[in-house]
Write a protein that binds this ligand. Structure first.
Ligand SMILES: [Zn+2]
Length: 258
């Protein structure tokens, strides 16, 4: 089992080594910006590295929204980041499930997801797996509650998207972690990546604040159980810099095994 961390994009390989990480995740641009990624000076090193690379797409992306002025640029940004991720040999591009606004029909959001994959298919499809991540908040989210996830997969399953399970988001989103892996696999058939995070907030709080394993509101044994059951690579997106993340990685490696 390969375990690592979300790190700063400046020197991801150095950051991985400092944490004894076997996987590393980073952003290609400011995650709050609408910006296509630029070619990276370290692309060759990233491509050649033994460390598994994952790229997280910008937070701005919401391909589900009914708002054209967000949805259309979101599709384009998702594709440009997929191309940037492929250029550094990433194993997957992680993107949040997105949402529609209050009072809007989430069914249209699922259909907009389908259109996003159709849009990508027109230009030959995404050059690497797109991993849709469950989110913590919102009443009209496409991938917060697993009943919504099932409807999302009804809409896009034919495009064989991947899935990234975030333990903080599941807990804060109101989904029990105990049997989460089985319930998700029944829907998606796969879990490609685990984001192993504790949550500063309670069950079903709808808040997205990550914490170090064992420091927040989630029983760390439950996170270990999820990691073991999923059998997927792991990225911790936890605070505390090198020290905090190295401790989380070591904890999971010790408890969940290699
Ligand atoms: Zn996450």
């Amino acid at each position: 089992m390969r375990i690592g961390a979300h790190v700063d994009s400046t020197d991801p390989l150095g950051a991985a080594t400092a944490r004894d990480a076997e996987t590393v995740q980073f952003f290609l641009t400011d995650p709050q910006a609408w910006k296509d990624p630029a070619p990276r000076d370290d692309a060759e090193a990233l491509l050649a590295s033994e460390i598994d690379i994952y790229i997280h797409a910008p937070y701005r992306i919401n391909v589900a929204t009914l708002n054209n002025r967000i949805r259309i640029p979101s599709r384009k940004l998702l594709m440009s980041h997929a191309q940037g991720a492929a250029a550094v040999g990433a194993k997957g591009l992680i993107v949040h499930g997105g949402h529609v606004e209050k009072g809007e029909d989430v069914a249209i959001g699922f259909d907009n997801w389908r259109k996003a994959f159709e849009y990508a298919a027109k230009s030959g499809g995404f050059p690497l797996p797109v991993l849709i991540e469950n989110t913590a908040g919102g009443d009209n989210a496409c991938a917060r509650r697993f009943d919504a996830l099932a409807r999302l997969w009804d809409a896009i399953g034919e495009f064989e998207p991947g899935f990234c399970l975030d333990t903080c988001h599941a807990h804060a989103g109101g989904e029990d972690l105990l049997d989460a892996v089985d319930r998700i696999k029944a829907i998606t058939g796969r879990i490609d990546l685990i984001h192993a995070n504790d949550s500063k907030d309670g069950f079903d709080s709808g808040r997205d604040r990550h914490d170090n394993l064992g420091k927040g509101m989630i029983d760390p044994n439950l996170v270990v159980a999820v990691v073991r059951a999923a059998g997927a690579p792991v990225v911790v997106e936890t605070p505390g810099g090198v020290e905090g993340q190295a401790a989380d990685i070591a904890f999971l490696r010790d408890r969940a095994g290699r």
